[in-house]
Design a protein around this ligand. Structure first.
Ligand SMILES: [Zn+2]
Ligand SMILES: [Zn+2]
Length: 279
C-alpha cells in the first residue's frame, strides 16, 4: 500500500497545472536560483487550460481558465440503478439496499473537451493530466460529504494492455485521488482475462464480455470502504463488475469517474457509434 501524507486541505492550489508538473521534473530550475528560467519557461510554454487549452494568466494557481471553472466546477453523481445524473448529498432514492456499488461520483458530464482530454490521457501519454484530475475527483468526494473511503482502488487493465500502453490511466487517477484524500491506494483488483472493447460487442453480449474477468488479489478487511476509480462511465458494465467482485469480498464500494457519457447508450443501441471505450 502507498501511504500518503498530504491532506487535500493543505494543498496550496485547487487545480495544479501542467507547468507545476514540469517544475516537478526539473526541480533544480525552479529552486529560487533560476527564477529567470521560470519566467522564460512561462513565456515559451505558457500554462494552458486543462480542458479548452486557452492560455492561462500567469500565477493563476489553477489548471482551468475562468470560463471552464464556471462551466465545469459543479460535479455530480450517477445512480448505478437508474443511471440518472444528479447533484445531491445522498445516493439516489431508487438504489436498492445492498447494491454492490453504493454510489458513483463524477466530475462532469462528458463533452468534446472531456473527450479530447481523456483521449490525451489514455492514448497520447499525457500522464501529467492525471494529477489535477485525481485531485479534482477527490474534491468531489469530499464535497458530497457522505462518502468517507478508507482505501482507493483503480479498475485494472489486463497486463498485455498495460504493457502496450505503458501505464494504467485509472491507476494514475487513483493514486492522485488517494494522495489528496490522505488514504492508501492499492491494486486490489487484477484483470486476468483480456477482453474485446465493450463497444466492439453487441449490447446483449456486453455484460458477458466483462463478466468474471476481475479477481480480488488481496481481500480488504471486512467493511472497508473502497473508492473504486475508473476514467469514464459509459455502459457501466465494467464498473459494476469490478464493484461486485470487491463487494463479494466484504468491501463497501463507492465508485468515481472523471466523466459520464449517458448518450453513448442510445448511440450504441442505434449502432451509430463505435469506439468510445477504445480511445
Ligand atoms: Zn478553459
Ligand atoms: Zn436512481
Amino acid at each position: 500500500m502507498t501511504q500518503i501524507n498530504k491532506p487535500l486541505k493543505d494543498q496550496a492550489v485547487l487545480y495544479p497545472g501542467d507547468k507545476t508538473d514540469f517544475a516537478d521534473h526539473y526541480p533544480g530550475l525552479f529552486n529560487g536560483k533560476h527564477r529567470w528560467f521560470d519566467t522564460l519557461a512561462n513565456f515559451l510554454f505558457p500554462a494552458r487550460c486543462l480542458l479548452c487549452h486557452d492560455i492561462l494568466p500567469l500565477a493563476t494557481g489553477s489548471s482551468l481558465c475562468s470560463s471552464c471553472q464556471e462551466h465545469y466546477r459543479a460535479g455530480g453523481q450517477i445512480c448505478p440503478q437508474c443511471e440518472g445524473f444528479f447533484r445531491g448529498t445522498a445516493p439516489c432514492s431508487c438504489l436498492p439496499e445492498g447494491s454492490p456499488l453504493q454510489a458513483l461520483f463524477t466530475i462532469s458530464l462528458y463533452d468534446q473537451n472531456w473527450r479530447r482530454l481523456i483521449h490525451d490521457l489514455k492514448y497520447r501519454n499525457r500522464r501529467a493530466a492525471a494529477r489535477p484530475l485525481g485531485i479534482w475527483l477527490a474534491r468531489e468526494i469530499i464535497n458530497q460529504g457522505y462518502c468517507t473511503p478508507d482505501l482507493v482502488v483503480p479498475v485494472p487493465l489486463h497486463r498485455l494492455r498495460k504493457k502496450e500502453r505503458g501505464y494504467n490511466q485509472s491507476a494514475l487517477l487513483a493514486h492522485s485521488s488517494a494522495l489528496a484524500l490522505n488514504i492508501p491506494c492499492d491494486n486490489l483488483l487484477v484483470k486476468d482475462k483480456p477482453t474485446r472493447s465493450q463497444t466492439a460487442v453487441s449490447r446483449c453480449e456486453r455484460h458477458a464480455n466483462i463478466r468474471g474477468v476481475f479477481k480480488c488479489a488481496a481481500p480488504p478487511p471486512p467493511g472497508t470502504r473502497v473508492l473504486l476509480i475508473d476514467d469514464v462511465y459509459s455502459t457501466g458494465n465494467t464498473m459494476k463488475e469490478a464493484a461486485t467482485v470487491l463487494s463479494s469480498r466484504g468491501a463497501r464500494v463507492f465508485g468515481a469517474v472523471i466523466a459520464y457519457n449517458p448518450h453513448i447508450k442510445s448511440l450504441q443501441r442505434s449502432g451509430f457509434y463505435a469506439g468510445l471505450d477504445q480511445w
